[in-house]
Design a protein around this ligand. Structure first.
Ligand code: GLA
Length: 437
């Protein structure tokens, strides 16, 4: 037989899935403190952390006043920070270790103004700037060293993790006393910090995002998903202990390039604002599902290509909010996540992806191939998560099928000629706080 085997028959086994590990508290503290010593030759006052997030459902609903349902990841940004007696901010990360960024809190300002600062610095120094604009200053300067295991550019809120870690650190060193500890969080104070973190992202970094990522990082609870009403900032902690149900949430980092500041995200947001204006509502969340067809007809009446785009964007937002309401009510019914209930949850996730692919047009081939591959490998449901245009997908899978699902994606990416994806295990984790070893 072997005589007849040709090169073309020799199948290279697909590479083993690459899982990105999360740093423990001890590792985060040790690495951030070591970098701080190296750069500033002194001890930090402490190390603070904040998690990245994945959103279970409710995508592109936050800036429309709708519901989202994120969880905090075990993957976190760690910031070793020391208060200074002046208004200088000095920042270092493993990526910038050759040159410490030195900034003056009295001179920095929004993107596009003379005070503009490098993007990554705007997620840290920008938070101090925003807190002061929001009436919580004056703040002292600080030295800070960042170490993060939230994959960059993967749509997992690596930038919100920086902002939120900075906000809890400044909260403590400046005596704002808003956040409370991670195991007994002061939610109203944290909601206030969210506002300033979003302001840093919007104005200092120039990314016109909603508040879901920062809310997740500061306001989630371990073992729970965060039902976030983005109209009034109200939250409910929905039990979401997947391991206890024999399930897991697999994150697939497609490694396809993702950026929220490149105009596409802003274009989606503007389209929603335009549709709301035409329909005479403040936000698209004001359109009840039973009024959707009427609203779409009103948009269509205007005719032309723009109208069809607005119809599709509006349909996504209104149906996505309805799917989120339904999924939250399923998770909240106190029954085990098995049988028909599990099937329905999976269907809602699948329908969300379809709506984001067809109506919102924010998926890409890497995301679509990933969700198709995991579904074929037995996932209960799968969808892109976060802003889209690359980034990550999530899949709800049986805990003992995680590896099979990941392998199926690796194999499908090999067939498509895509770069290898990375994977994360998304255990619903604790919100931002001070790291204690
Ligand atoms: C990004 C933004 C969020 C949200 C999501 C889409 O993650 O930062 O505010 O709009 O996209 O749901």
């Amino acid at each position: 037989m072997s005589d007849l085997t040709t090169d073309a028959d020799a199948v290279t086994p697909p590479a083993a899935p690459d899982f990105s590990p999360a740093l423990t508290n001890e590792e985060g503290i040790a690495q951030a403190t070591a970098l701080f010593h190296e750069a500033f030759d002194s001890d930090p006052d402490g190390v603070w952390y904040a998690p990245g997030r994945v959103n279970i459902i409710g995508e592109h609903t936050d800036y429309n006043g709708g519901l989202a349902l994120p969880i905090a990841l075990p993957h976190r940004a760690f910031l070793a920070l020391r208060r200074r007696d002046d208004r200088t901010v000095r920042l270092i990360s493993p990526q910038t270790r050759e040159a410490v960024d030195v900034l003056d809190l009295d001179a920095i300002g929004p993107k596009g103004t003379p005070g503009e600062i490098p993007q990554w610095a705007s997620y840290i120094a920008g938070v101090a700037w925003a807190l002061e604009r929001d009436g919580l200053g004056p703040l002292p300067g600080f030295d800070a060293a960042l170490v993060s295991c939230v994959p960059l550019g993967a749509g997992l809120s690596s930038s919100a993790a920086l902002e939120c870690a900075t906000s809890v650190a400044l909260d403590e060193i400046a005596g704002l006393a808003l956040a409370g500890p991670a195991d007994a969080p002061a939610d109203a104070g944290r909601a206030r910090l969210v506002t300033s973190c979003v302001r840093a992202e919007n104005e200092m970094a120039g990314a016109p995002t909603g508040g879901m990522d920062q809310s997740a990082s500061l306001r989630c609870r371990a073992g729970h998903a965060l039902e976030l009403d983005c109209r009034d900032g109200e939250v409910v902690h929905v039990p979401f202990d997947l391991a206890a149900e024999g399930l897991a949430l697999l994150v697939i980092d497609t490694r396809a390039e993702h950026s929220l500041a490149d105009g596409q995200y802003g274009a989606r947001r503007s389209a929603c604002e335009r549709a709301a204006e035409i329909l005479g509502v403040e936000l698209l969340a004001d359109i009840a599902p039973e009024c959707l067809e009427e609203a779409l007809a009103a948009l269509r009446e205007r005719g032309g290509e723009e109208a069809e785009v607005l119809v599709a964007r509006t349909r996504h937002v209104v149906t996505e909010i309805a799917r989120t309401v339904e999924l939250v009510s399923l998770l909240s019914d106190g029954r085990p996540l098995t049988g028909e209930k599990l099937t329905k949850v999976g269907q809602l996730m699948d329908a969300s992806h379809e709506s984001l692919r067809v109506d919102y047009e924010v998926t890409c081939p890497e995301l679509d191939v990933a969700v198709e591959a995991v579904r074929a490998a037995g996932a209960h449901g799968a969808r892109m998560t976060g802003g889209g245009f690359g980034g990550s997908a999530i899949a709800l899978v049986d805990a003992d099928r995680v590896d099979d699902a990941a392998r199926a994606v690796v194999a499908a990416y090999g067939r498509e000629g895509f770069a290898l994806p990375a994977f994360l295990d998304a255990v619903p984790s604790a919100p931002a706080g001070r790291a204690r070893g």
